[in-house]
Ligand binder design. Structure first.
Ligand code: CP3
Length: 348
């Protein structure tokens, strides 16, 4: 099987497959008992990300269980600030922590020079997955988008309102632009190296795009994403890119028209009929199912899945969630979801 015969890649080239291919954001995670068991073998979460043997194993777990059409590299968006020399750690039950950047001097002290050495285990994980994945499964590499990564670098943790990062950008846009530029360059290099290690599709996660007004969203989310797509395509024109500007609202349309990516991942709030008219006419769409339906299952899950298939399934669609799967999701509900999508026939 050549890469172009793989369902995810065919879809990203614009073909409509019936049923559509399916994978789930955060498909490897705590809702799976086998993930929790492998996780317990690592010293901490970053150690799990940086131990290729364990990271390959957890990436494969959801493929073995559900036969998804794609495996996503197991890692985290915060390995990039770590590779730039910032202190990053994960506190049990509390999420990510970073030693926050406080001023222009802290930005100037970031060191992109050691990037590939520090990220070598991630490339090793991709090579391992290239050897072990079933031949029909697409391998997805990923990175965080500059704004979302910058928000963690400045806030030092997940934030409710991103006040420190946003006020920095409003008060001193040239300084903030220096950070974004460093992230555009290092993220592009990182993604290019992922392709060279075997990633066949790339996804850029901008989980916090939705906190900005229009002009700032264009400046700090859309322009950096478009520049990363340009740089990746200059090195590897054939590799499809999916953007996930979560919460972008009506500006999803600007991403479809201007960013140069093949795919757009839709959050849960994007209206489906609007997406069909304004987005799917220009790009391949992915996502939108509310991840909490995998906690409840049953008729609510069935209805949510049907709505997406009926509205978007007659065009190029990658079935996915509107955000990552939660630890409370039940594995049997994921099974129900996969069975429904795989059994779907239009108009039946
Ligand atoms: O999708 C996958 O299966 C691949 C792996 C993946 C992880 N994180 C593993 C992970 C991916 C693609 C990410 C992306 C990521 N990481 C994002 C963007 C997507 C999103 O969800 O918005 C963000 C914002 C992060 C930062 C991050 N990492 C947070 C906020 C947390 C804590 C939240 C939580 O669920 O605990 C993490 C930790 C993390 N990353 C876990 C996993 C499986 C849980 C860690 C654990 O096992 O204890």
């Amino acid at each position: 099987m050549t890469p172009t015969d793989k369902k995810l890649i065919q879809t990203l080239k614009g073909e409509t497959l019936t049923p559509p291919p399916i994978w789930l954001m955060r498909q490897a995670g705590r809702y799976l008992p086998e993930y929790r068991a492998t996780r317990a073998q690592a010293k901490d979460f970053l150690d799990l990300c940086f131990t290729p043997e364990l990271a390959v194993e957890v990436s494969l777990q959801p493929i073995r269980r559900y036969g998804f059409d794609a495996a996503i590299l197991f890692s985290d968006i915060l390995v990039l600030p770590h590779a730039l020399g910032q202190r990053v750690w994960f506190e049990e039950g509390a999420g990510p922590r970073l030693e926050p950047l406080r001023d222009a001097g802290d930005i100037a002290r970031l060191s992109p020079g050691g990037l590939h050495d520090k990220l070598a285990p991630v490339y090793e994980t991709l090579r391992g997955l290239g050897r072990e994945l079933p031949q029909e499964t697409t391998l997805i590499g990923f990175a965080g988008a500059p704004w979302t990564v910058a928000s963690y670098m400045i806030e030092g943790q997940t934030s409710r309102d991103f006040a420190t990062a946003k006020t920095w950008a409003y008060r001193a846009p040239e300084e903030f632009a220096q950070l974004i530029d460093i992230l555009v360059a290092s993220t592009s290099d990182y993604l290019i190296a992922q392709v060279e290690a075997g990633a066949e599709v790339l996804q850029l996660f901008d989980s916090w795009a939705g906190v900005w007004p229009e002009a700032a969203l264009r400046r700090w989310c859309l322009e950096p994403a478009a520049e990363i797509v340009r740089r990746v395509k200059a090195a590897h024109p054939e590799v499809p890119v999916i953007l996930f500007p979560r919460g972008a609202g009506l500006l999803y349309e600007a991403f479809a028209a201007e960013a140069g990516a093949e795919g757009l991942s839709l959050d849960t709030t994007v209206p489906l009929a609007w997406a069909r008219k304004w987005l799917q006419s220009r790009v391949v769409v992915q996502g939108n199912l509310d991840p909490l339906l995998l906690v409840t299952g049953g008729a609510a899950l069935e209805a949510g899945v049907s709505k997406i298939l009926e509205t978007l399934g007659t065009g190029p669609l990658i079935f996915n969630l509107g955000h990552g799967i939660t630890p409370q999701a039940l594995p049997e509900h994921v099974e129900q979801l996969v069975a429904q999508v795989r059994g779907w026939q239009p108009g039946a």
